[in-house]
Design a protein around this ligand. Structure first.
Ligand code: ADP
Ligand code: MG
Length: 605
């Protein structure tokens, strides 16, 4: 048999490695910026076009490279950062695999310009898909500039696989924010499509947090500081009552390297226990310093996971640091659990017309009874499982319905025959309804999220979202990053029914909101939409439309704890079974549960 094994040519080996190191523009940004940090840069500038798809460039004023090093830096496993295996356990630099530049150069058109401070002329190298196209001396600034054009130009499958610009931009912003937080002593700037998104002068951490996330963070930070023989934890946490308003951004660094750790996140959340409401997230940016010999970062090429040899000890210190921070600032849980819970009182104070409109819009899907009134039949026999009922297009709401809703608020309508069937709310959380096979318990929030999700997704697909004009247009000032995101998604956001205009730097005016949500809290809703979009993005990586529909459904839905009147409960039930998937919320939680009659009977035997 002839020998059949061959060594892969470098260009192919590099492309394969690139698959691991460079998944998207954001990963290239991360690698390039980390190299600049390792090179001792004082100033790092990031320039991107079209969310990094056509151009991403990182310019630094670090040590630069000699001509030979510049050439070598593009080879795989070429690194100045480790020399021997033991070095792996004493790592203080961000990079160490010597794969990044070679990988990027394998899948893009790269121009590298670099000059060490002690040389007059620098080096310029142009590489395309691992092919060196040009190498020549060049006059340039001290430091290194690497521009990456048309990422994945030679691997169409991967290029097509890239997400929409807002999504890719969000990933880049994430990487940028992490590095900017970890290195407040470095000046950073970030320009996308000629617009400056960030301009961050060198400063201290607290100030960096404020310049990244906004002035509102100023009063919200509590200092963390805790140290043992082996571990030191420093940084800031947001005060607990702050956690409720926006989803706190959460950052954990180990030796200044951003990491994800459910375990340590739990330590932080545990310290907040009892101080924040369920499903709210405190802000934190925490730095763990630990001797590198107690950790292993060589777990995954993208390096956001890490192994500690004594994880429990780290957990304890993190928890103690946060506890102490919350305690020392004498933070009491200043949470108003009652706010916004009883919308009926609120509605009664509003004029009756808006009251009416609100009820109609909120449950408008429910009102095509023709479609859904028979849903109950589906559950006549205990064997029948939830069946798909197709949702129909919106229909006009007849005046009679309006009347019924109106009077329901005043609670003067005599119960009709069908309504006499048991239907009530349990603990302001569940709607309990008699069905032929027994008793149905509906989770009101999960159900309403499902209803709104399908509605919004439909609107996005058909670009059919109706807008209602705001009586008092509200201005919202965003962080530069969120502002850029909102603009990138303008088309989709408007398809949902929002209307907004740009109003000065980082500020939008919201003139209209989707027809089927309550007016009066446009600001909260819009901000919430962006926040939720980001959470979904980082946790679920959903397609854009689904993400937005889910985000808005989550924000606009009835919440657990909200009292409902009978008409609302009825509408909720009907709308739920007019959905194409009634039995699960958009994030997969069951929306209802049926207690079979024979099961109930069995308890009494
Ligand atoms: P690694 O960072 O893992 O060593 P890279 O492929 O990212 O691998 O970089 C290879 C080498 O190129 C680095 O070890 C470093 O010596 C050099 N290098 C890369 N970027 C820069 C930069 N911005 N400034 C100076 N040297 C750099
Ligand atoms: Mg590197």
């Amino acid at each position: 048999m002839p020998d059949i094994i061959q060594l892969l040519p470098d260009s192919i080996a590099n492309q394969i490695a690139a698959g691991e190191v460079v998944q998207r523009p954001a990963s290239a940004v991360k690698e390039l910026m980390e190299n600049s940090i390792d090179a001792g840069a004082k100033t790092i500038k990031l320039i991107i076009k079209e969310a990094g798809k056509t151009l991403l460039q990182v310019i630094d004023d670090g040590i630069g490279m000699s001509e030979t090093d510049a050439r070598l830096s593009l080879e795989r496993h070429a690194t100045s950062k480790i020399r021997k295996a033991e070095d792996l356990f004493e790592l203080y630099t961000m990079g160490f695999r010597g794969e990044a530049l070679a990988s990027i150069a394998a899948v893009a058109q790269v121009e590298l310009k670099t000059r060490p401070a002690d040389q007059e002329l620098g080096t310029c190298i142009v590489v395309e898909g691992s092919d060196i196209k040009k190498q020549e001396p060049v006059a340039c600034e001290k430091g290194t500039s690497i521009s990456v054009k048309n990422l994945f130009y030679n691997i169409p499958a991967r290029r097509n696989f890239l997400k929409s610009n807002p999504v890719e931009l969000k990933h880049i912003i994430d990487e940028f924010q992490r590095l900017a937080l970890a290195h407040p002593e470095i000046t950073f700037s970030f320009i996308q499509n000629d617009e400056q998104i960030y301009d961050l002068p060198a400063t201290k951490l607290s100030q960096r947090v404020v310049s990244l996330f906004g002035k509102s963070y100023k009063e919200q930070l509590a200092t963390c500081q805790e140290e043992t023989d082996t571990v030191k934890v420093t940084g800031y946490v947001g005060k607990p009552d702050f956690a409720r308003k926006t989803r706190g951004e959460q950052f954990l660094f180990v030796n200044r390297r951003f990491i994800r750790s459910n375990y340590l996140n739990h330590a932080v959340m545990n310290a907040f226990e009892g101080l924040i409401v369920e499903n709210s997230f405190p802000f934190y940016v925490l730095f763990i310093e630990i001797d590198p010999k107690h950790i292993d970062v060589n777990v995954h090429p993208t390096k956001t996971e890490i192994k500690f040899d004594d994880e429990r000890a780290v957990y304890a210190v993190v928890r103690a640091a946060v506890r102490q921070a919350i305690g020392s600032h004498n933070l009491t849980p200043a949470i108003d659990f009652n706010a916004d819970v009883n919308f009926i009182t609120k509605l009664n104070n509003a004029n009756s017309q808006s009251k009416q409109v609100y009820f109609e819009e909120r449950f408008s899907t429910a009102l095509h009874r023709s479609n859904s009134e028979n849903w109950e039949k589906l559950y006549e026999s205990p064997e029948v499982k939830p069946v798909v009922v197709k949702q129909q297009d919106e229909i006009e709401i007849p005046a009679v319905q309006t009347l019924r809703f109106e009077s329901a608020i005043n609670q003067t309508t005599p119960a009709t025959a069908t309504e006499e069937k048991a239907l009530f709310q349990l603990h302001a959380r569940y709607v309990v309804k008699q069905v032929r096979s027994g008793m149905m318990i509906i989770d009101q929030q999960a159900a309403h999220e499902r209803i709104l999700f399908e509605k919004f997704l439909n609107q996005l697909k058909n670009k059919s979202g109706q807008s209602q004009q705001s009586l008092f247009p509200q201005a919202i000032t965003f962080s530069a990053a969120d502002f850029a995101l909102a603009l990138e998604m303008q088309q989709e956001i408007e398809a949902l029914g929002f209307r907004f205009d740009v109003f000065g730097k980082n500020t939008l005016v919201v003139n209209g909101v989707p027809a089927n949500v309550q007016t009066g809290n446009e600001k909260e809703l819009f901000e919430g939409l962006i926040e939720q979009f980001k959470v979904n993005q980082s946790e679920l990586a959903l397609p854009l439309q689904e993400n937005l529909a889910r985000a808005l459904a989550r924000r606009a839905s009835i919440k657990t704890g909200q009292p409902l009147v009978r008409e609302e409960m009825q509408a909720l039930v009907d709308s739920l079974f007019a959905c194409s998937t009634s039995n699960y919320s958009p994030d997969g939680k069951p929306t209802f549960f049926i207690f079979e009659l024979n099961k109930i009977e069995s308890y009494f035997r």
